[in-house]
Design a protein around this ligand. Sequence first.
Ligand code: SF4
Ligand code: SF4
Length: 166
Amino acid sequence: MSQEKHKIQFSFLGRIYLFEIFRGLTITLRHLLRNLTHRKQMPTIEYPDERREFSPRFRGRHRLKKRDDGTVKCVACHLCATVCPAQCITIEATEHPDPEIEKMPERYEIDILRCIFCGLCVEACPVEALEMTGEYELSDFTRQSLIYDKKYLLDPPSNLPEKKES
Ligand code: SF4
Ligand code: SF4
């Protein structure tokens, strides 16, 4: 049998196809080499050792603010719960010990599994008692632990530097 019979024959279209594959591989190789030699310019980061700095406008986990005496600033007006499109805020009001302040929340809960991080609750608050922090590590093991209560919202754990004021 002659050697001519074992030769692989490519049609014109087949030859173009192979050419495109090699062209694609060349581009991939070029990017690989460039990334290896310019590691600092690579868009990926070594999370969680490295963390991105987010915009001051980033809307992460909520926090209830405190007064100077350490008590909750919220006056339980229910505006945040009313405006919330996801209906994930639950408030039960009680009388404030200070007669100058009408009410305070006995119970204040945000179901973060339902929250869409729109920030409307923060905008609606007339006393700026609620804010959204830069915290985005919100995973947990149970559904119940993702319903943040008043105690948690007043002193949430933080893995990030404080959000800068804009
Ligand atoms: S950020 Fe939006 S969805 Fe989440 S609690 Fe506030 S108003 Fe509701
Ligand atoms: S709008 Fe502000 S003051 Fe009113 S219940 Fe919500 S957090 Fe409290």
